[in-house]
Design a protein around this ligand. Structure first.
Ligand code: SF4
Length: 367
């Protein structure tokens, strides 16, 4: 049985993890740049999904779609694809592929078709699956998030309890690299419940690695209230990065409460100041255009952006209503002309990056 993986910018990490998982079941995922016989698998987020609907609908093979969009909208995906994988794919995708190989049509738990939806009946233990094998990817150290930010698909896809890869398993994966980069919803929360830091566990992990470690920077950003003297001391002692990337999202406490971020603007300011004390460069995420955001709120965010840019960098996005989240279907608010102007000016100085004009641009721009 020939099984293919449709390569799409931004989905390499899913390919790496699922390649390794399928390998355990004796299934090889061949990379292709268009659908091909007999089966082609996709991972789609909700921003790029509309661009692939026609391709999948017209494909002359069995199509399987997973990722955040299929998890949020399995019924919609099954109007053009044969199967939607709901939630984590490491166990579900190989089980589905095995059934297809054996000629069984009944889908396993965690799979939807046009006729049936079977919710997932388990969640993945990270140590049961290597983060990658032949197809290399970043090392996912933690999965799941106890917070419930109303714009974010992560806790809806991976659950609200944080799971961690063991130190031995992380070290084994890291031994394949000179530099180690991690994936986590909050890298400073390694070993903890995601709310109460366990920095002694994080230190044990860092001590076990011989690599040049990049932590709390892309792709393992952190939450601002986890930016503390203890966590920054660990970065300075064990890590190669001199930037610390965390999410502020808004400069308005009203907006932060409405989107259930679970921290305040003061937490963000404290985190930036601590980075300065430790001689680290803060990189701060903001989102403009939340549906609840007033012009005054957006100006407060702009003020925060200008202040952060004096000491570090800003990563800005225009709000995107993602399916499966409490803000699904709510149109983004406008970006004020002064916001456009300020972000544009900061971008020219290398102080602002992001996709506040066209969110899908980062998935389609040329390498
Ligand atoms: S934005 Fe971050 S902290 Fe909030 S729910 Fe998503 S992963 Fe968790």
């Amino acid at each position: 049985m020939q099984v293919n993986w449709r390569t799409i910018k931004g989905t390499n990490n899913s390919y790496a993890a699922l390649y390794a998982a399928c390998e355990l079941y004796g299934i090889h995922l061949e990379a292709v740049d268009r659908p091909a016989a007999e089966i082609t698998c996709y991972s789609l987020n909700s921003i790029i999904e509309p661009h692939f609907r026609d391709e999948i609908r017209d494909a002359d093979c069995i199509t399987v779609v997973g990722g955040p969009h299929a998890t949020a909208c399995p019924g919609e995906v099954c109007t053009y694809a044969d199967y939607a994988v709901i939630g984590e794919g490491e166990r579900t995708l190989p089980l589905l592929l095995e059934r297809l190989r054996d000629g069984t049509t009944a889908p396993p738990p965690g799979v939807a078709t046009a006729h049936t939806v079977r919710p997932a009946d388990s969640c993945v233990r990270l140590d049961a699956f290597a983060p990658f094998s032949k197809v290399r990817g970043y090392i996912e150290i933690s999965r799941g998030c106890p917070y419930g930010c109303t714009y974010c698909q992560t806790p809806r896809m991976f659950g609200r309890s944080m799971r961690h890869r063991s130190i031995d398993a992380v070290a084994r994966a890291a031994s394949c690299y000179r530099d180690a980069r991690f994936i986590s919803p909050n890298a400073f929360a390694y070993g903890s419940d995601g709310i109460h830091p366990r920095f002694e566990k994080l230190e044990r992990l860092l001590r076990a690695l011989d690599n040049a470690v990049y932590l709390a920077t892309f792709p393992s950003e952190v939450r601002p209230e986890f930016v503390t003297p203890e966590s920054l001391d660990l970065v300075c002692r064990y890590c190669a990065n001199r930037k610390v990337h965390f999410g502020a999202q808004s400069g308005s406490d009203g907006v932060l409460a409405a989107i259930r971020r679970g921290h305040s603007v003061a937490d963000v300011i404290r985190a930036v100041e601590l980075c300065r004390e430790f001689d680290l460069v803060p990189v701060v995420d903001v989102i403009v255009g939340f549906p609840c955001e007033t012009e005054e709120d957006q100006r407060a965010t702009l003020e925060l952006v200008e202040w952060v840019a004096r000491y570090g960098q800003v990563h800005a996005h225009h709000f995107t209503p993602l399916p499966g989240t409490p803000l699904a279907g709510q149109p983004p608010g406008p970006i004020l002309p002064e916001t456009q102007k300020t972000l544009g000016r900061l971008a020219l100085k290398g102080k602002a990056t992001g996709s506040w004009i066209a969110p899908e641009a980062r998935f389609f721009k040329k390498n």
